[in-house]
Write a protein that binds this ligand. Structure first.
Ligand code: NDP
Ligand code: 2IT
Length: 443
């Protein structure tokens, strides 16, 4: 059996039940077979075996008092996956579904994403099975403070630097930052996505969605195509989805769908983003409220967003939200490109359909790397005690995203898989991490 195959099998056998982690591991390692199985140095150094096991996972309980003074308790984690090229870096997710498998898949993806960014950041991820929905600000604050009282021991600007993800935005980052600073007694850039008033970077809020559009623009341009006049379908209505929609419209496209976990809206006239932002960012309500602003739009409960015909699909909600049947529907409706704003939103079978049908496909570890890249720029500004303008950050972001497109495009061509950006991104990210690991010896 080949080296890649045997490692995939043995890791899966040793981590029973971790299905999301297995999915991500299989996707990355399978696409490395050509280069890894022909280079004995990787096997001799057990590179894949080492990459597949986090350097450490911190698991802890988070007790907190709700508004009725009842004791609540959640489970939280920080997966410190790889420090080969820099301090652990990756977001925190607060969602009831959070478990070790989901955070391991996210931390694993983050290693290669961060390598592609070209910046000195390792891979990590964390979170808790806490649901911020329906909680008061005071409850969210007490939860964040309790979590940070434990987690701060393992964090620091040169050790591990969290950020936001699903369920963690400006409010949660602010509360976590405040508690960390109070405990350590220092003003440090130990977390990113901070408010502009206390060390955050302009452009970080927009970075993932904008970066997704910059990379997709490069991918389309490479095929002599572009966004102008196209119909775009977006899932989700959180940080990534909203900023993806803003930039898509700026690029001359019409965005016709957005969704949340309850259902999706279809607005053939083009989504009214001011309405979405008020519903989601200000009122924290469900997306069906959109009909009060635009009665001509249609709301459908449940799934089905990918049944709406579009030229370009941007899944920006969560993992495994776009299945094989959705991919076939998108193909039948003439979709030309799919780019992942979320992490692993497309199943393996869906990606296979895109590749078979010649639909351009940009994997999340490349397409959504803009967020973590600007996080790294926030770290640089904190270290240098500087604050760049929005335009400075945005132009660096555009440079980083085009660097990522070039890396994945060139790596795919070099290994005779032109246009296979899944393989290209995995190979380019892997090579950088493996080079660092080989140079650093058995650690
Ligand atoms: P938000 O919490 O801001 O928004 C998440 C959106 O996805 C909401 O609309 C939410 O709906 C929906 N959603 C979440 N879980 C589910 C689910 N199980 N089923 C259906 N819909 C769901 O998160 P972000 O926008 O920050 O993150 C979205 C994706 O992008 C995630 O995969 C994240 O890992 C990825 N990402 C985020 C980055 C960032 O900088 N924030 C960077 C790179 C990737 P509802 O409100 O109903 O739950
Ligand atoms: O998945 C991701 O890349 C993020 N949630 C952002 C991580 C970060 O450290 O900014």
């Amino acid at each position: 059996m080949s080296y890649t195959k045997s490692v995939i099998e043995s890791v899966i056998a040793k981590t029973p039940g971790e299905k999301e982690f297995h999915q991500a591991l299989d996707e990355v390692f399978s696409s490395l077979a050509t280069i890894v199985d022909n280079e004995p140095a990787y096997k001799d150094a057990s590179i894949l075996e080492r990459m597949a096991i986090p350097e450490r996972i911190i698991t802890f309980r988070v007790p907190w008092l709700d508004d009725n003074n009842r004791v609540q308790v959640n489970t939280a984690y920080r997966v410190q996956f790889s420090s080969s090229i820099g301090p652990y870096k990756g977001g925190m997710r607060f969602h009831p579904s959070v478990n070790a498998s989901i955070l391991k898949f996210l931390g694993f993806e983050q290693i290669f994403k961060n390598a592609l960014s070209g910046l000195p950041i390792g891979g990590g991820k964390g979170g808790a099975d806490f649901d911020p929905k329906g909680k008061s600000d005071a409850e969210v604050m007490r939860f964040c403070q309790s979590l940070m009282t434990e987690l701060h021991k393992y964090l620091g600007p040169d050790e591990d630097v969290p950020a936001g993800d699903i369920g963690v935005g400006a409010r949660e980052i602010g509360y976590m930052y405040g508690q960390y600073k109070r405990i350590v007694g220092r003003y440090e850039g130990f977390i990113t996505g901070k408010g502009i008033a206390y060390g955050g970077s302009l452009g970080r809020t927009e970075a993932t969605g904008f970066g997704l559009l910059y990379l997709t623009r490069d991918m389309l341009a490479n095929a002599n195509n572009g966004f102008d006049g196209k119909t775009v379908s977006i899932s989700g209505s959180g940080n990534v989805a909203i900023h993806a929609a803003i930039k898509a419209m700026e690029f001359g496209a019409k965005v016709v769908t957005m969704s949340d976990s309850g259902g999706f809206i279809h607005d053939p006239d083009g989504i009214d983003l001011a309405a979405i932002r008020e519903i989601k960012e200000v009122r924290r309500e469900r997306i069906n409220e959109y009909l009060r602003y635009r009665p001509s739009a249609k709301y459908t409960a449940g799934t089905g967003v990918w049944n709406i015909p579009c030229d370009i699909a941007l899944p920006c909600a969560t993992q495994n939200e776009l299945h094989e049947a959705d991919a076939l529907t998108l193909a039948a409706n003439g979709c030309i490109a799919v780019a992942e704003g979320a992490n692993m939103p497309c199943t393996k079978a869906a990606v296979h359909v895109f590749q078979e049908k010649g639909i351009m496909f940009a994997p999340g570890k490349a397409a959504n790397a803009g967020g973590v890249s600007v996080s790294a720029l926030e770290m640089s500004q904190n270290s240098a005690r500087l604050a760049w303008t929005f335009d400075e950050v945005d132009s660096k972001l555009q440079g980083i995203m085009s660097g990522i497109f070039t890396q994945m495009n060139e790596a795919a061509k070099e290994y005779n898989m032109a246009g296979n950006f899944v393989a290209g991104a995995n190979i380019a990210g892997f090579k950088k991490v493996a080079t660092a690991m080989l140079a650093q010896g058995v650690v």
